[in-house]
Design a protein around this ligand. Structure first.
Ligand SMILES: [Fe+2]
Ligand SMILES: [Fe+2]
Length: 261
């Protein structure tokens, strides 16, 4: 008789076994199955589209263009990182991340088409945030330089923390379809941040001198991320009074690794 699959019980496991479990395809599959089952392009087919004014639609498309740049940065960087990942566990986790990032791009492009954009690539080239494009270039340079810690920090901590905060905020204000798409993406980004924090936290404990170098990376890239953050929140018409606290959410995520400068 085939054994019945039981849900993974990860919290009682010793730390190393816990990490091996939560960074596996087994865990990934169970996780995404939970929130993607029954959806098509990241949202349930029954969700009713809300009528948007031309101005709202334009603003949303511009924001989605920048999101696509962030997701493409993560897709290209995560796949490049696999080539020099230090072990199987990190290679396997990054493989799951590549799948997630590819899916994120797919659903965002699809959302743009649903909004009437015939060729999303043309709009991305015209509208994407220059600061995010700069960030993407720097991230891919770190990957090309095979700088594991700096690239992982830039991608799985800085970029992901920004996306996590922005997408979550946007989902609260978005039309129902965009909101569902973003909530699914946020669930994946949470997993990606967890991986970055675990992997870097362990390395920083073993080699504290690394902290100064990652602090430099943070100093260089923070303002690009915060600029893009600001552009997006302004265009979502998030009141100025709420923006500083959202910036703080981002900085707190980075500070969990001990970077406060
Ligand atoms: Fe993503
Ligand atoms: Fe991600």
């Amino acid at each position: 008789m085939p054994e019945e699959a039981t849900p993974l019980e990860v919290h009682g496991l010793p730390h190393e076994a816990f990490l091996a479990e939560v960074h596996s395809f087994e865990f990934w599959f169970q996780s995404v199955q939970g929130y993607l089952a029954g959806t098509s392009y990241g949202h349930r087919p029954g969700v009713v589209a809300e009528a948007l004014s031309d101005a709202e639609r334009e603003r949303l498309v511009t924001i989605l263009c920048s999101y696509c740049v962030g997701e493409t940065a993560a897709l290209e960087a995560a796949s490049g990182l696999i080539a020099f990942a230090p072990n199987r566990l990190t290679q396997i986790f990054l493989s799951t991340q590549v799948v997630d990032e590819g899916r994120h791009i797919e659903v965002l492009l699809h959302r743009m088409r649903e909004l009437g954009i015939a060729d999303p690539e043309v709009e991305i080239a015209k509208r994407a945030s220059p600061s995010l494009l700069h960030f993407k270039r720097r991230l891919l340079e770190l990957v090309a330089g095979r700088d594991w810690e700096a690239a992982l920090f830039a991608q799985n901590v800085i970029l992901e923390a920004m996306e996590f905060t922005v997408f979550q905020t946007h989902a609260q204000r978005a039309d129902p379809i965009t909101a569902e798409v973003l909530r699914g993406i946020v669930k994946d980004e949470r997993r990606h941040i967890g991986f970055g924090e675990n992997e870097l936290g362990r390395r920083l404990r073993a080699a504290p001198h690394m902290r100064a170098r990652l602090g430099e990376v943070k100093k260089e890239l923070d303002h690009l991320v915060l600029e893009c953050f600001d552009e997006t929140l302004r265009s979502l018409e998030v009141p100025a009074s709420e923006r500083p606290s959202l910036g703080r959410d981002y900085l707190q995520a980075v500070a969990r690794l001990g970077f406060t400068t």
